[in-house]
Design a protein around this ligand. Sequence first.
Ligand code: ZN
Length: 412
Amino acid sequence: MLDEGVAATVEYVRAHSPYYRRAFELTPAIRGAADLQSLPLTTKKDVSEFNEEFWCVPRDRFVDVSTTSGTTGVPTLYPLTRSDLDRLGENEHLCFQQVGLSPGDVVILAVTIDKCFMAGLAYFEGLRRLGVTAVRVGAGSPAMLLSMMERLKPTAIVSVPSFLKRVAAYASQQGINLAKSTVRKLICIGEPIRDGNWRLTPLGAPIAEAWDAQIYSTYGITELACSLCECGAGKGGHLLPQLLHIEIVDDAGSPVPDGKEGQLVATTIGVVGMPLVRFATGDITFLTREQCECGRWTPRIGPILGRKDQAMKIKGTTVYPAAVQRALQGVDQIADYVMIATAPTPMSDELEIVVALRGELPGAREAIQEKLRGELKVCPTIRIASLQEIRTLGDSTELRKPRVFLDRRGNS
Ligand SMILES: [Zn+2]
């Protein structure tokens, strides 16, 4: 079925997408997943630059238009047909079933459902199919979330982990014990909550503890109109092979062995409006095909360990900003920080971490250095600065939140 799905997608885009008709003109017929290697990768830049050439149906068949950030500064349009929206809802329906939700559950959606985001819509559609009660609180107000918790006694929350952390801090100020609430499951999107050994990160662990709830990580990508969600074992996001085909590849686009880190590349199955073949996500992770503790045999992907375009080579070791972030989240002395990457020579990068501390703390720089050396195997330069300087460095008008990684290597 997988091979048929992949072959059908390739045949379909060749027939209907002007971009793929051109890109695949000289490539041979694809019989199944093993033949995909002969096709070029589709990058975020391709999708952004040739946006409408990826559309496979006339405009009047679209029932929703979602967007993703484009590489040109203009958002990339990702329109969905009626059947694409059904596929999206079915994806989340299966994911929510996998985390053990069933009719009778009440689920708070603490995610954005407007502003052309696909995720909020997908979750709502999934919950509707499952027959549970959805409460669209959004991701703006901890007070509103707590008030709805009090009145509706929800059993689960879908949210980005940093918002759950904010809610936990607010609840503690208000003298509310979240561990005593009815919420038993936290479905976390957008930010990794586990490291490569499936342990909860310094972001995930305090959330699970504050709420005394089971925490699930889910990884979704708008361009693929798909997500991979953990089961109760918490050991990777399960693939739904009827909806997506995935590969993990090295810098040359060749597959790496299971368990080894590489870029996640995916081909959609069953998408009608804007299907993508070998879409290069830029996310670094690994794949495992061993049977999961939950009994399922579907392949699983590990946590996202970094972004390919942000990889730095420091003294010969590859370091991702996400790994530095994970390490720094666990250091209590740090009030805020910004990472600055430079490339003094074409072959080597340098990373400076500008850190603001919580007050005068003798030995803090050494403690941070020690922590980073332990986690990353190399140690970036640490500079202590004021909170004001860090806010100024990270200030950004084009993003919705301050930047923590400033790439000054001049190649991206
Ligand atoms: Zn499992």
